[in-house]
Design a protein. Structure first.
Length: 157
């Protein structure tokens, strides 16, 4: 299991401290890392509380912060998890780079590939697999609940 490296790039345009996220990912504490990902993303867009992100918030998510979050997920999962991993899968099933266009067919195929949809039904967050043996792109799963395909259309992933 990789040890957290003090020299990981934890850059943030918004002054977010990504140390806890890095440490959780390095420990392969996937569930807590998923929750922490959502919490730091709320901070990065200046939200005071939870809920869904708007399409504009996601398409204009601070680039440096998005790259930091993604690179940590990719690094500590050995390329199995992360938003950029999800984006590749989304594009491979016909998803488009327009976060304002909802392509149900591509989103369903993406859900099937990453394990968020089984037998034509979307799984609940309580059924997410927080293990290394989860399908490629399965995590972070906060995307399923609160982010949607708009983030996967971000220009900097």
């Amino acid at each position: 299991m990789p040890k957290p490296i003090k020299t990981d790039d934890l850059a943030s345009e918004k002054g977010i401290d990504y140390t806890r996220l890095r440490d959780l990912l390095a420990a392969h504490n996937w569930k807590e890392a998923d929750i922490e990902t959502y919490l730091v993303m709320i901070q990065a867009v200046g939200k005071k509380d939870g809920g869904r992100f708007s399409t504009d918030e996601l398409l204009n998510f601070p680039c440096t912060d998005l790259r930091t979050i993604d690179q940590l997920w990719v690094k500590y999962s050995n390329g199995k998890f992360g938003f950029s991993v999800q984006k590749k899968i989304y594009l491979s099933v016909g998803g488009k780079m327009d976060g304002k266009y909802y392509d149900e067919e591509a989103w369903n195929k993406f859900g099937d590939k990453v394990g968020w949809r089984k037998n034509y039904y979307w799984i609940s967050y309580s059924k997410v697999t927080f293990e290394t043996n989860a399908p490629t792109g399965h995590l972070p799963a906060a995307a399923k609940v609160r982010l949607g395909m708009s983030l996967l259309s971000h220009r900097d992933l």
